[in-house]
Write a protein that binds this ligand. Structure first.
Ligand code: HEC
Length: 111
């Protein structure tokens, strides 16, 4: 009886560890890095600001949609509308747009 619970515990632990690893890999792919900035000819500081806006503003009404899940062409249409939804200034919109396209392009290059 006791060992059954032990096995259950071990199983849960494995599930949790896998979850954490998968999750941190996802953030790594999307968080701006110097490598991403270089590969996409953008400035790391712009990407950092864009990412912060994205994390703060684009998850208010729905989960923040991952940049690589939507083609760049579609993002060019979606971002202006969603920036309006989020009440962003033109400057904030430009930064979040730069970040999303860079993250999307970079993750494509990494595949
Ligand atoms: C005020 C609420 C609100 C905010 C803030 C918001 N969204 Fe949305 N978003 C929506 C709603 C509602 C939909 C679904 C309806 C639609 O497609 O227009 C949606 C849909 C989307 C879609 C799917 C569009 C498609 O055609 O499949 C994407 C991608 C998206 N949002 C990205 C963003 C990004 C990026 C930001 C930050 C700049 C953002 N959203 C901020 C409300 C919001």
């Amino acid at each position: 009886m006791k060992s059954k619970f032990f096995l259950f515990g071990v199983f849960n632990l494995i599930v949790v560890i896998c979850g954490i690893t998968a999750c941190s890999q996802q953030t790594n792919n999307n968080a701006p890095t110097q490598a991403m900035a270089s590969a996409t000819q953008t400035k790391l500081s712009d990407l950092g600001e864009g990412h912060a806006i994205y994390m703060r503003q684009c998850s208010q009404c729905h989960e923040a949609k991952l940049p690589e899940t939507i083609p760049s062409k579609a993002w060019h249409v979606i971002v202006p509308g969603m920036a309006w939804n989020a009440g962003l200034s033109k400057e904030e919109e430009a930064k979040v747009h730069t970040y999303i396209i860079a993250a999307s392009e970079y993750s494509k290059q990494q595949r």
